[in-house]
Design a protein. Structure first.
Length: 608
């Protein structure tokens, strides 16, 4: 499969879409065609405030597009992408409803520092990226010291879906506690196959890879992320003139980014994925046409059969809803108790360490050990236990729901197909759609997440992760709900939340000084502060997990609602007067769809 063949397939699909003339299919077609003709990659820059992320982007573009300065300058996420209609930049703010609001350059620079609350991020369209990086969507994120609560979720949603992450560290600043805390936080949500480049910025011209500080930064970052990273040294550069900004070139970095996002392996994965989405779109159209056809030809007896079987199937929905409600209620009641119990254990263990009089040479040594080592380790251990409990509860719930759904779907299919051959093809088509929804591989879901004018964009990682696998005859197969991606993300967020909460809790140590007290006095005071700190961890963790639990519950309920809705919509027939012309048009359109599916099936057999 190659790019040209995908475009030829879209030409064939366009004819069907135009004949059927349904807005939903037209939108999906336009979205998919754009993604095929202009494949995009998702590159995210992260780093502490004033590490030089914006300067690197300006250096790539060869001009001062983003404002830079000695103080924090990027207060929100800024997306840079090519495709401007003119030879100059176009500035936009992306609303929370994914709409694009045009901005002047002056407004853009102002919003760059502080974004009004009705917007989610900023976007700049440039005529074209240099160095063969066309199709890249580059995200400049706030330094973690400047990330506000409302932007944190946005940043964290970009990272797992990126094709490449550029982690920028200033040579002079090195890896500070803020860096260590943030890397520990994001490490919970990064994929193992994520490409991460370490960029050490503003390196003195005489410094090379053997420099001690370079080695220290590299080792520290790799230890925190638990992986080997390619390292790029970007030399310090002076502005071209008094009023200008430095424009570091970083040629090797951008060449390697280009090589990564344009590699044949990545392109092949993306092409296979889009080929699957083409089939998916045709299956969607086929199902719609089969339903319309049946409205013409189904008999009163068959209509009654479908209604009775559908009602029996729909009766299972309240049963599943109740199981979801009960499970999440049980978890929401138990998890605070578990965090409270864990907090008591942590306080006891830390206070026991603090009270060992002959172990510490100073208060600074003791407080440093508790803050940097003991608290994070205990928080990670206790959080792992809580995550284990929640995972077991949700896995059990998933198994119960799968069992109920499999039984209900099989019974429904048997009832409508054994007594009437009329519904056979529609049953198969709905089975395909539900299976794709179970495995989170439907084109419509991909469109909802990444489509539209304000969509985040679909990088290779985004598309390939949702690659559609060929689903054949599912009548005699069982269905498996793919809740694991949502569950894995939720469990990772618990770990990240705990890391962030323990970091906030540790502040009580750095804000408190006991240097003038005798050992016995500072030990007792520090022991009390331990209790205050762990209480902060407990409170922040409980609140964050409760919020995420509600989101996960809503995800499960929405998923179940959509599955039952698929069957209800497909097997609810409006009485239609038989018009030979209308039925004939539908049959002609079905024939067109089947011809293209047959053609794609042959391509799949030969080339995939």
């Amino acid at each position: 499969m190659n790019q040209q063949q995908l475009i030829e397939n879209m030409d064939s699909i366009e004819k069907v879409v135009n004949h059927v003339n349904q807005k939903e299919f037209s939108s999906l077609y336009e979205f998919l065609r754009e993604r095929i003709e202009y494949p995009e990659s998702f590159v995210t820059m992260i780093g502490e405030t004033s590490s030089g992320k914006s300067s690197l982007i300006n250096g790539l573009l060869g001009k001062e597009l983003l404002y830079t300065g000695p103080q924090p300058t990027t207060g929100t996420v800024v997306e840079i992408m090519d495709g401007a209609d003119s030879n100059s930049e176009e500035y936009y703010a992306v609303t929370k409803e994914a709409r694009m609001a045009p901005l002047t350059q002056e407004q853009f620079l102002k919003f760059n520092l502080k974004l009004p609350e009705q917007y989610e991020r900023l976007r700049v369209l440039i005529p074209s990226f240099p160095k063969g990086l066309q199709g890249m969507r580059l995200f400049d994120t706030p330094g973690y010291g400047a990330i506000q609560e409302e932007h944190e979720e946005i940043v964290m949603s970009f990272l797992p879906n990126s094709d490449v992450i550029l982690y920028v560290v200033s040579y002079r600043a090195g890896v500070k506690q803020n860096d260590a805390d943030f890397l520990s936080y994001i490490n919970e949500v990064l994929r193992d196959d994520m490409k991460i480049y370490l960029v050490i910025n503003r390196v003195p011209p005489t410094v090379g890879e053997t420099d001690t500080r370079i080695k220290e930064i590299t080792c520290h970052v790799q230890d925190l992320l638990h992986r080997e990273l390619p390292v790029y040294l970007v030399p310090s550069v002076m502005p071209a003139n008094e009023d200008g900004a430095p424009l570091p070139s970083a040629i090797e970095l951008w060449e390697d980014v280009k090589e990564e996002i344009t590699s044949p392996e990545r392109q092949q994965v993306l092409q296979r994925t889009f080929f699957g989405y083409q089939q998916n779109l045709l299956f969607e159209i086929e199902g719609y046409l089969e339903h319309k056809k049946l409205e013409y030809i189904v008999s009163d007896e068959e209509r009654k059969l479908a209604e009775e079987a559908l009602q029996e199937f729909m009766d299972k929905k309240p049963v599943i809803d109740e199981k979801i409600e009960n499970t999440f209620l049980r978890i929401s009641q138990m998890s605070p108790k578990m965090f409270s119990h864990s907090a008591d254990i942590m306080v006891q263990e830390i206070q026991k360490e603090v009270q060992v009089a002959d172990k510490w040479t100073s208060q600074q040594e003791c407080a440093g050990f508790v803050e940097a080592h003991l608290m994070p380790i205990l928080a990670k251990r206790e959080t792992k236990n809580i995550k284990g409990y929640i995972e077991k509860e949700l896995d059990d719930l998933n198994e119960e729901i799968e069992s109920i759904l499999n039984t209900a779907i099989k019974r429904f299919e048997n009832r409508v197909t054994l007594d009437s051959a009329t519904f056979g093809k529609l049953v198969l088509n709905v089975g395909n759609k539900v299976a794709q929804r179970f495995t989170d591989q439907a084109l419509a879901g991909f469109f909802r997440q990444y489509g539209g004018a304000g969509g985040a964009g679909a990088g290779v990682a985004n598309a390939a992760k949702k690659g559609l696998k060929k689903i054949g005859d599912l009548v005699n197969h069982t269905f498996s709900r793919e809740t694991h991606n949502a569950l894995a993300k939720f469990l990772s967020k618990i770990g990240a939340t705990s890391t962030k909460a323990i970091t906030a809790a540790a502040v009580v140590f750095v804000e408190t000084a006991f240097y003038l007290f005798e050992v016995v006095v500072w030990q007792s005071k520090l022991a009390k502060k331990v209790k205050d700190a762990i209480a902060i961890w407990e409170d922040k963790s409980i609140k964050a997990v409760e919020k995420d639990l509600m989101e996960l519950k809503a995800y499960n309920r929405d998923e179940i609602n959509e599955i039952f809705k698929e069957y209800k919509d497909a097997f609810t027939f409006i009485e239609t007067d038989v018009h030979d012309k209308g039925l004939s048009e539908i049959e002609d359109q079905l024939e067109m769809v089947n011809e293209i599916l047959l053609k794609l099936g042959k391509l799949e057999g030969v080339q995939l």
